[in-house]
Each structure stands twice: as C-alpha cells, then as structure tokens.
Design a binder for this molecule. Structure first.
Ligand code: NDP
Ligand code: GDR
Length: 353
C-alpha cells in the first residue's frame, strides 16, 4: 500500500515541488487549497488538469489554517501517514501590516494541526516549516540548531511559537514531529513579491522593453539563498528519520540583494555599476549609463534582518542532505524562466509591490 501524505499549502512554491517529489516516490498526495475569487492553483495545475481523473493519486481539499474544525476533519478523513505543514502567511513585510492574521495562521494554525493529530490519535509524522527568520540576523556567524533565536517581525514571532509548539508536542505526547529550519530557498515558482523573483521578473521585463527600472528596498540585506526543489527533498528526509528532530537546511553561503541583482542583470548581458549610497544608491548600466535600479524606501521594513547564513552540518552528516545548486545557477535558472515567460506571455503584470 502506498503511503499517504497531507500537505497544507500545496499551492505554494514548496507545496507544489513537494507534491511532485512525493508522487514520484509513490505516495498518495492530499493537499489543501484555499477558496479565492480567482483560481490560485497555477503551481499545481500541471500535476492534474481534471479532478475526475483518478489515475493520478493527487487530491485537493479546501483547507483553512484559521478553521480548527476544517483541519481536524481533514486529518480524520484522510488519515495521513505524514503531514507537511507548509501553509502560512509567509511574507515578512506583510506580517507588519497583518500581525494578527499572520499569528492566527502561522502560530495557532500549526497548533490546530498538532492538536488535531493528538485528538484523533492517528499515527502520523509531522513536519513544520520553520525558518531562518527566527534567528533575527544580527550576526554574520553561520547559524545552526543551537544558535539563539531573536525574531524581528510578527512573522518570525509567529513561526517561533510554531517551532516551539512542534517541539513541545514531540516532548509531551511522543509525536514524530520535526522542524526544518529552512533558510531562503527560491525557484522560478517563487512568489512574485519576494525579492529574488521581483528582481528576475523585472530583469526579464527590462530586457523586453516592458519596464524601465527596478525599485528595491534594503540592498545590503544578506541572505543564504538555495534552490527550492532541493529543500523539499530535505523535508522528506527529515520526516523519514527514525527519530524526530530539528534540522537547518541552508547552503552555507550568503550574498547581498545588490549582488543578486547584479548577477541577474549579467544573465541578460548587462553590467551594472553601483553609485551613491543609502536611499540615493542606484544601479547603472555601465555601457549606456542608464539608471536601471533605484532605492525606494517604501520597501524598507520597520525592523530588518540584516544577515543570514546557515550552517547545515547536521543535515549533511545525519541526513546526507546537501544544497547543490550554486547562486549563479539559481539566478540563471530564474532569469531564463522569466525571460521565456515574458516572451511567450508578453507584459506579465505589475511588479511594484
Ligand atoms: P508560499 O507563500 O509560496 O505558500 C504558502 C502556502 O500557504 C500557499 O499555498 C497559501 O495558499 C497557503 N496559505 C496561506 N495562508 C493560509 C491560510 N490561512 N490557510 C490555509 N492556507 C494558507 O510559501 P513557500 O512555499 O515559499 O513556503 C512554504 C512554508 O515554508 C511557509 O510556511 C513559509 O513560511 C516557510 N518557509 C519558507 C521559506 C522559503 O524560503 N520559501 C524559508 C523558510 C520557511 P494560497 O496559494 O491560496 O495563497
Ligand atoms: P525574506 O524574503 O524576508 O527573507 O523571507 P524577501 O525576499 O521578502 O526579503 C529578503 C530581503 O530582501 C530585502 N529587500 C526586499 N524584499 C522584498 N520583498 N522586496 C524588495 O523590493 C526588497 N528590497 C530589499 C528585504 O528587506 C529582506 O531583507 C523569506 C520568506 O520566504 C519567509 O517565509 C521565509 O521564512 C524566509 O525567507 C526565510
């Protein structure tokens, strides 16, 4: 009999890649989607086009993290062997505008899933999508599972609760419950408001003449950027350890937003030089003198995470997991995808958010 997995947030970047790898491994996959006034299943549409086609063992269900009875019912009906709790209000900047909703979804939502497992007494394994945002980023030391947490946003605070309640349910009720403390991971499916995808889309649109300029916030922020499909494989490996535990998944390298943008323009053959500093900093096309990148303070956050770099030693030694894709490879893949998309679809929507 094939194993059954439930993925909350299957329509997200990670959920869609995880569904693919679990189907490849022979799982029956169930994923939660949300009701919206427009369809929001673009990332999973290629997996199945027809919900009446039962050849592909992939099933979607309406699932809302703020609705406890909805979650309990799903878990009781599906009786999954593994639950991957990926659903979240995952945008750090938005969490400053919607702190209560973010907390309800991310913190209490995780508790609702754990409590539903506890109440149902179903024998299942649980993965929580924990995050490098917990560390707060005020040191340039590589961060591991023992490093202190200093959350600096409502998002990070909500995830801190989710992280600890996962450990608490493991300790209190013997659940096979683990945290993957994932550093940033990106892909062509990355949400368009995260900085990497915002940059690669803008580069593609500038390349095609649909956009003149890219406006960014803090160019000095440093992130440890990996390739998302490798991270979802790590999630599966964490869940399939004999004993539950918490693992950092990261590349061990860090770069600034400025460096990411420079590399992205390089892919389309533009060499950017940076002039000025602070809000007056700008990125200039060194062959034409054109100003292609500007700083807009609207993208600054009330509280910033300056630097994140992970130490994935435990995942490497205990799981045999290692991030393989270089930043250059990642940037190239993302820019190329957006260049192709702009070529086939033309002007592809607004990028100012
Ligand atoms: P996305 O934002 O791409 O996907 C989030 C998913 O959660 C979507 O399916 C979304 O649905 C769903 N969702 C949001 N709010 C609710 C809600 N109230 N009820 C039910 N579903 C909801 O995130 P990623 O795929 O990038 O990340 C997956 C998880 O990993 C998240 O928990 C994120 O916080 C965490 N994480 C991500 C990292 C990264 O670098 N990507 C790093 C560390 C942690 P819809 O599509 O309808 O909006
Ligand atoms: P992050 O991702 O906050 O790390 O959270 P994001 O890409 O939004 O920001 C990374 C850094 O870039 C700076 N930045 C900008 N960010 C955005 N979005 N837009 C801009 O124009 C811009 N200019 C500069 C930000 O200030 C920040 O320092 C992601 C999410 O996936 C979380 O869910 C996850 O937990 C963490 O990664 C690890």
């Amino acid at each position: 009999m094939s194993k059954r997995a439930l993925i909350t947030g299957v329509t997200g970047q990670d959920g869609s890649y995880l569904a693919e790898i679990l189907l490849d491994k022979g799982y029956e996959v169930h994923g939660t989607i949300r009701r919206g006034s427009t369809f929001n299943t673009q990332r999973i549409d290629h997996i199945f086009q027809d919900p009446h086609d039962d050849q592909i063992p992939f099933h979607t269900h309406y699932g809302e993290m703020t609705d406890a009875s909805n979650i309990s019912r799903l878990i009781e009906d599906i009786e999954p062997d593994e639950i991957y709790n990926l659903a979240a209000q995952s945008n750090v900047a938005v969490s400053f505008d919607q702190p209560q909703y973010t907390t309800d979804t991310n913190a209490l939502g995780t508790l609702r899933v754990l409590d539903a497992i506890r109440e149902s007494r179903i024998d299942t394994r649980f993965y929580h999508a924990s995050t490098s945002e917990l560390y707060g980023g005020q040191t340039s030391e590589p961060l591991n599972e023992q490093s202190p947490f200093r959350p600096r946003s409502p998002y990070a605070c909500s995830k801190l609760y989710a992280h600890w309640i996962t450990i608490n349910y493991r300790q209190s009720y013997g659940l096979h419950a683990s945290n993957g403390i994932c550093f940033n991971h990106e892909s062509p499916r990355r949400g368009k408001r995260f900085v990497t995808r915002k940059i690669t889309r803008a580069v593609a649109k500038i390349n095609a003449g649909y956009q003149d300029k890219l406006y960014l916030g803090n160019l000095d922020a440093k992130r440890d950027w990996g390739y998302a499909p490798e991270y979802v494989e790590g999630m599966w490996q964490i869940v399939n350890q004999d004993d539950p535990d918490d693992y950092v998944l990261a590349t061990g390298e860090t770069n600034t937003v400025r460096e990411f943008a420079t590399k992205a323009f390089e892919v389309i053959g533009i060499d950017i030089t940076w002039e000025g500093d602070g809000v007056d900093e700008r990125g200039i096309d060194s062959s034409t003198g054109e100003k292609l990148v500007e700083v807009d303070p609207r993208y600054f956050r009330p509280n910033e995470v300056d630097t994140l770099i992970g130490d994935p030693t435990r995942a490497e030694t205990e799981l045999g997991w290692k991030a393989e894709t270089s930043l250059d490879g990642l940037v190239e893949r993302m820019v190329q995808n957006d260049v192709d998309k702009v070529e086939t679809e033309g002007e592809v929507g607004l990028d100012y958010l």
